[in-house]
Ligand binder design. Structure first.
Ligand code: DC
Length: 236
């Protein structure tokens, strides 16, 4: 027996999506990085010049936006650009457009709006209902699928997370500084943990997973152990 639904939560750049993607491949499960949905709404707002402070307009956007997240390669031009999935909004490929510092800087306020959360949570639950899914986010184990078979809460120090995110941005040719990235991460931690609707926190029955001192290989080894030992711990 293996867990059919896996919920992975944690702060920005904690390693949760690297882990989630890996374990989804390992189990041959569907992978959904739910931050993508909040990012797509934020990107659309910036793109359509909808003010981030306009809660009603942003909420409508979240309800009406046609977002798709599909496994990896949609056309051969993208084969080697390092994507884990392809995101489209109204047919346009926005996989990388949602990863800019501009979206990073506006996504937390967008995700505070209860109406936005409600619209996106509904979509997530529809996807989770199919089973065999690894879902990654902030409130997956607490709100979106509280009955998930396995819940992980992934953490790492803010400095280590900033270092990882900064290196990622450099590789993709974005101009920024380590300090700016660290500031953004601290700011997002504060908003994500402090908001009233579905704040970032560990579910009571989540397994804590600290990646600060782990290499990717060590992270992968540890998560396989957790998954393979799942039903020997009385979870079935
Ligand atoms: O994981 P990420 O950095 O792509 O997430 C972007 C933002 O989306 C994050 O700052 C908070 C929000 N988010 C959320 O509120 N709930 C989720 N389940 C996933 C993301």
């Amino acid at each position: 027996m293996r867990p059919a639904t896996i919920a992975i939560d944690g702060p920005a750049a904690s390693g949760k999506s690297t882990l989630g993607y890996y374990i989804a491949q390992y189990l041959n499960y569907l992978y959904l990085d739910t931050g993508v949905l909040y990012r797509a709404v934020t990107w659309a707002a910036l793109n359509q010049k909808v003010a981030i402070a306009d809660e009603a307009a942003i909420t409508t956007l979240a309800q009406e936006l046609d977002i798709t997240v599909s496994p990896k390669i949609q056309n051969h031009h993208h084969e080697e650009d390092g994507r884990q999935y392809t995101v489209t909004s109204d047919g346009q490929d926005i996989t990388w457009a949602i990863r800019t510092p501009e979206v990073d800087g506006n996504v937390s306020p967008v995700s505070v709006y209860p109406g936005v959360r409600e619209a996106l949570t509904r979509r997530m639950r529809e996807i989770a209902a199919q089973g065999k899914v690894v879902m990654v986010g902030r409130d997956i184990g607490t709100v979106v699928i509280p009955d998930a078979d396995l819940k992980l809460y992934v953490i790492a120090s803010a400095e280590e997370r900033a270092k990882r995110r900064y290196e990622e941005l450099l590789i993709r040719g974005k101009r920024t500084t380590y300090e700016a990235v660290l500031n953004n991460i601290r700011q997002r931690d504060k908003i994500d943990s402090g908001r009233e609707a579905a704040p970032l926190c560990a579910a009571e029955d989540a397994v804590e997973f600290d990646t600060t001192a782990y290499s990717k290989a060590e992270m992968f080894k540890a998560i396989i152990e957790i998954v393979e030992n799942w039903n020997t711990q009385g979870n079935n």
